[in-house]
Design a protein around this ligand. Structure first.
Ligand SMILES: *[C@@H]1O[C@H](CO)[C@@H](O)[C@H](O)[C@H]1NC(C)=O
Ligand SMILES: *[C@@H]1O[C@H](CO)[C@@H](O)[C@H](O)[C@H]1NC(C)=O
Ligand SMILES: *[C@@H]1O[C@H](CO)[C@@H](O)[C@H](O)[C@H]1NC(C)=O
Length: 394
């Protein structure tokens, strides 16, 4: 996208006009360790509570629930069928409605239910997703934290003594942290990052594989032909997977992958509680707002000029950390953060950070968890919930 440039004089004029009512922000000290007057903090909390991305997801889910269709065609000698999830759309007010494929998957004939029952199951899971989303506001954070133990097959309120959440940053390369990571009771890994070949630096044990739903979608698509199932388990099929839904259409992938499970080859997949998603979204936006104000000196209400609210999203790592806070007595973070010259991911050659995340802001959240947990917003809304000790390694 091209940006149009205003003449410099106009820019200056505009800036000074904009800054006028908010002049005091310009004199705030800058830098990551900045504290806020409680009035400012209350404003950031209030702004962080509005979740345009969540609303977008909700409207996608509502559209699928109302109008989606599932049709499939035989493929490859009737062992598979090619399945389309479609949604009608209109190009303009006068054109006839047409159908757009939201998702195209090759699925095994025998294990995956026929189109009709599959659509019914998909709509049922959309319905509960929409319902949970509508209720997410005013949700009790304590309830979310309580649910998490159950999610991991732990009796309610029984915590894991020590947890490691392993981020995928390239700073892990050469760290020699593998054995230290594996010594934790619960080891959480993110977005199916490979461990094979990296054990010395990242360890080999995985208790929970935490992913965003794009990961499940792409490996379901890719692996259906090769394996007749969802080969989405680099750590072994017995390792439970927790997934947050970034596109409601991915709930169909979850159903399809679940359908490929057998007693000998289970597919333990948990979709995260929408209230946990909402809590994580608020934390991410709060820290991004805070960083925006601190680094630009602009009022927080200008934040949306820098970040497209509909697509702004927390990283998977952030949600895994918030989840760990709810089920662990002690949380250690490895492979979060970056250093000059380090690769973005230890296991890929991805050069650039994704624009939809504000990683710098997320790091500040981790630093606060470690150094001054009492300043972290929203977690304190849960009566009796205490942030466990958090330690940041690299
Ligand atoms: C479903 O489709 C109808 C007809 O095209 C449309 O009017 C309606 O808004 C759609 N529903 C949703 C929730 O998008
Ligand atoms: C609406 O779309 C149809 C076909 O897609 C096109 O022929 C028609 O000119 C469009 N009308 C307007 C007002 O753009
Ligand atoms: C997953 O599949 C099992 C049967 O293998 C079924 O009992 C269960 O209801 C399914 N879960 C979901 C969420 O569809």
């Amino acid at each position: 996208m091209k940006r149009r440039h205003l003449p410099p004089v106009l820019v200056l004029l505009l800036l000074s006009l904009l800054a006028l009512p908010y002049r005091r922000h310009l004199f705030l000290p800058r830098g990551p360790s900045q504290y806020y007057a409680s009035g400012d903090d209350a404003l950031l909390r209030r702004l962080a509570a509005s979740d345009a991305g969540g609303d977008q997801v909700l409207s996608e889910a509502a559209a699928l629930l109302a109008n989606a269709s599932v049709t499939s065609f035989p493929s490859i000698g009737n062992r598979y069928r090619l399945l389309y999830l479609r949604l009608p759309y209109r190009g303009n007010d006068t054109s006839a409605p047409r159908k757009r494929a939201v998702s195209r998957l090759r699925v095994p004939f025998v294990t995956v239910p026929d189109d009709g029952p599959l659509l019914a199951a998909f709509r049922a899971s959309l319905r509960s997703f929409v319902l949970a989303h509508r209720l997410r506001r005013g949700s009790n954070v304590a309830a979310v934290m309580g649910d998490l133990a159950g999610l991991l097959g732990r009796p309610r309120r029984e915590h894991f003594p020590t947890c490691a959440v392993v981020g995928n940053s390239g700073i892990l390369l050469g760290s020699g942290r593998g054995a230290q990571i594996d010594a934790h009771d619960l080891v959480v890994r993110l977005n199916n990052a490979r461990v094979a070949g990296y054990a010395a630096d990242v360890g080999a044990k995985t208790s929970l594989s935490f992913v965003n739903s794009n990961i499940l979608h792409y490996c379901a698509v890719r692996s259906a032909v090769a394996t007749g199932g969802c080969a989405c388990h680099p750590y072994g099929r017995a390792v439970p997977m927790a997934m947050y839904v970034c596109q409601p259409a991915h709930l169909l992938d979850a159903l399809i992958c679940n359908a490929t499970a057998t007693p000998a080859s289970p597919f333990p997949l948990l979709v995260t509680d929408v209230r946990l998603d909402a809590l994580t979204a608020r934390i991410a936006k709060y820290y991004s707002l805070r960083r925006f104000v601190a680094t630009t000196g602009e009022p927080a209400s200008n934040w949306a000029r820098r970040h497209d609210e509909r697509f702004f999203h927390y990283s998977s790592g952030l949600q895994a950390v918030v989840m760990a806070l709810g089920v662990c007595d002690e949380v250690s973070l490895f492979g979060f953060g970056k250093a000059a010259g380090a690769k973005h991911h230890y296991h890929t050659n991805q050069k650039k950070e994704l624009d939809l995340h504000d990683y710098e802001a997320e790091y500040q959240f981790y630093r606060d968890l470690q150094a001054r947990p009492e300043t972290v917003p929203f977690l304190d809304e849960a009566p009796g919930f205490k942030v466990p000790p958090v330690k940041l390694y690299w």
